[in-house]
Design a binder for this molecule. Structure first.
Ligand code: GAR
Length: 228
């Protein structure tokens, strides 16, 4: 798939992260190097101690944490979090290691504007412990997916995936370590497509260049996204 010229108006992005923030850092680096037509406006977290917040602060990106304990229920917290995000007028919200299920009504209001990265070849292994579950199932392939977020946990329509072989002797730790740099490239590439207005969530599923995709794009060894 050939890259198209970068959009003139950078795509405004807010990132949600609960922890370490390496996927956020990958997006930030790509933006800083002029490789992505995005402007990351804020990093929001549900964990006041998330290292991702520090990464953002150090990079001069607005950073804030809202604690779910300060809200009576999930829906109230999610409304507050997304209201905070809305202050930055994002074209796109990226869930980069954001480890919470989001209220369905909130998701519906942001349909087509939220993407998530998940460490499995969805629809396999939604939820947690994906690397361990791959090993327990005896799979020979593992990978990561970027998908549009819907109310179903890790169930929204996939945009792109990256695959890696499971090697003899792999553990959950070694698999996670090999997958993480691939996740970074996949997320940057998928956000790039969105920012260039090449991918969107249409009425009949994910559209790439105006055509409904039947299978997710696949990341090649050189980091490009190709049709399957
Ligand atoms: C990543 O592996 C991401 O795929 C995963 O959390 C990690 C966050 O790492 N996300 C999920 O499991 C979401 N269901 P990071 O904080 O270093 O980006």
């Amino acid at each position: 798939m050939q890259p198209t010229p970068l959009a003139t108006c950078p795509c405004s992005v807010v990132v949600f992260a609960s922890g370490r923030g390496s996927n956020f850092a990958a997006l930030l680096k790509a933006q800083q190097r002029g490789k992505l037509p995005i402007r990351i406006r804020a990093l929001l977290s549900d964990k006041p101690t998330a290292p991702a917040l520090l990464l953002a602060e150090n990079a001069g990106v607005a950073a804030a944490a809202l604690s779910p304990r300060d809200y009576p229920d999930r829906a109230s917290f999610d409304r507050a979090l997304f209201a905070r995000a809305a202050e930055f007028s994002p074209d796109l919200i990226v869930l980069a290691g954001f480890m919470r299920v989001i209220d369905a009504a909130v998701i519906d209001r942001w349909r087509g504007k939220i993407i998530n990265i998940h460490p499995s070849l969805l629809p396999k292994y939604p939820g947690l412990r994906t690397h361990q579950r791959v090993l327990e199932a005896g799979d020979t392939q593992h990978g990561a997916s970027v998908h549009f977020v819907t109310a179903e946990l890790d169930g929204g329509p996939p945009i792109a995936q990256v695959r890696l072989p499971v090697l003899p002797g792999d553990t959950a730790t070694t698999l996670a370590a090999r997958l993480l740099p691939l996740e970074h490239r996949l997320l940057v590439a998928a956000v790039g497509l969105f920012a260039q207005r090449r991918v969107e969530l249409g009425a009949h599923g994910v559209e790439i260049d105006g055509r409904v995709m039947t299978t997710p794009l696949c990341m090649t060894d050189d980091g490009m996204l190709a049709a399957n």
